[in-house]
Design a protein around this ligand. Structure first.
Ligand code: FRU
Length: 441
């Protein structure tokens, strides 16, 4: 099974991207996967590969919950290459007692979380049936973080050492834990960092070099809770990291990563050219029935790949050039969408102007980009319908919009702000002062 531009669930459910890495000439993207129904359940790692970040080939399930310690879920994690081998790290979940109403959930707080790893010789075989997976000695000291709610190891190598960030919580406040290792097998806890913007629990942290410091991605739970679905947000901040002590210090306030507020659990890696590239899970409130019938009802997809760039001291997230290169066919209207081909719209929007992309409204008001998906959200209740960016500092406002049947991604001033949202059933109406319209072959 193949996907183009956006990786979608190959049927049933996906959430977070995991183990994103360029390894032996190919991008590998694993993801949280429940292969039996289009809803969250006992987690597996699905696996897809690509040579260009655009054409994806699904490879099936890489990691099954097949060990005693991960029998209730192979949760999120990451990948590192060492001596030609692929090291995979994840959080292993075991329930002491299942919820009698739903076996995919634990009864109350009756579960154990541990960090685990395995080594694949080739990125093709993942040792599900042998005994080669292992538990990494886990956090036991509750003064560092709640061991039950410490998860999502993101590992990288720097100098001679290996480092791991984990999302955690302590006394109701989110925490970032940093571990250090000399060999990728034996770990000890080093630094910690906490901030009110880490919410009640921090999930899926990612710490990456940027300029003379680092950039932290993290998903605080509960920060923007407002009664609507999906209150938890992916956020970022520039940070300092001392590899000796593993101390992380935020340089600035955490900021929203994507103003559409549907993107979660972003994960980064280096692309073939050595640039920092990342993508995130687009949360979908309802599954989609594939019109061609070639896959089971599916729920969840990945965003387009984006870069990290520092421009005039501001962190920007432009779309990856491998994506823009695909849109080389001029288009007249939104009709390619009917053939499941995405459309790209480019132009400059002025104050007070409203664009209508298939029923999805984009307007500039008070120096901000505002969107409204109420017409193209299939009447779904309880989700956010409108979104807006902060006020732009720049004079003009250039929009680069990628629209497909279930997702609109708007890059404002080349990624200074990005606003991505799930939609259901875009129409064909197209109104706005676009300078260029294109589609893919
Ligand atoms: C984030 C998350 C992670 C966890 C995974 C489980 O969406 O909750 O913290 O590892 O999903 O599927």
């Amino acid at each position: 099974m193949k996907d183009y531009l956006h990786l979608r669930a190959p049927g049933n459910w996906i959430n977070d991207p995991n183990g994103f890495i360029f390894y032996r000439g190919q991008y590998h993207l694993f993801y949280q996967h429940f292969p039996y129904a289009p809803c969250w359940g006992t987690m597996h790692w699905g696996h897809a590969v690509s040579s260009d970040l655009v054409h994806w080939e699904h490879k099936g399930v890489a990691l099954f919950p097949s060990k005693y310690y991960d029998r209730n879920g192979v949760f999120s994690g990451s990948a590192v290459e060492q001596d030609g081998r692929l090291f995979l790290y994840y959080t292993a979940i075991r329930y002491q007692e299942q919820d009698p109403e739903n076996i995919h959930h634990a009864r109350e707080d009756r579960f154990t979380a541990s960090q685990a790893m395995l080594v694949s010789e080739d990125g093709v075989h993942f040792d599900n049936w042998n005994a080669k997976r292992q538990i990494i000695p886990t956090l036991t000291d509750p003064r560092e973080g709640d061991p039950k709610n410490t998860r999502d190891p993101k590992v990288w190598r720097q100098g001679d050492a290996w480092y791991m960030v984990l999302g955690s919580t302590r006394e109701g406040t989110g925490r970032l834990l940093v571990w250090r290792s000399d060999d990728g097998l034996n770990w000890r806890c080093g630094g910690q960092c906490t901030d009110p913007a880490f919410g009640t629990t921090l999930e899926c942290p990612d710490l990456m070099p940027l300029d003379d410091g680092m950039l932290l991605f993290g998903c605080p739970m509960g920060v923007t809770a407002d009664g609507l679905k999906y209150p938890d947000q992916a956020m970022f901040a520039r940070a300092d990291f001392d590899p000796g002590t593993c101390r992380v210090t935020l340089r600035e306030k955490m900021q929203v990563l994507d103003w559409g507020l549907d993107l979660y659990a972003p994960q980064s890696t280096l692309d073939r050219e050595g640039r920092r590239v990342w993508l995130g899970w687009m949360r979908m409130p309802r599954p989609v029935t594939d019109p061609t019938g070639s896959r089971a009802d599916w729920c969840g997809m990945m965003s387009l790949p984006r870069l990290v760039e520092l421009r005039d001291g501001k962190v920007c997230f432009p779309v990856h050039p491998a994506v823009t290169a695909c849109f080389d066919r001029p288009a007249k209207d939104l009709s390619p969408l009917r053939e499941h081909r995405p459309v790209r719209l480019q132009g400059t929007i002025g104050e007070g102007e409203v664009w209508n992309v298939g029923g999805y409204r984009i307007r500039m008001r008070d120096g901000r980009i505002e969107t409204d998906r109420s017409e193209v959200f299939a009447g779904l209740q309880g989700c956010r319908l409108t979104a807006q960016t902060p006020r732009l500092e720049e004079e003009g406002c250039a929009l680069d919009i990628y629209a497909e049947e279930n997702l609109i991604e708007i890059f404002v001033n080349e990624g200074r702000y990005v606003l991505s949202q799930i939609v259901y059933g875009l129409g064909q109406t197209l109104e706005g002062n676009f300078a260029a319209l294109s589609t893919v072959e």
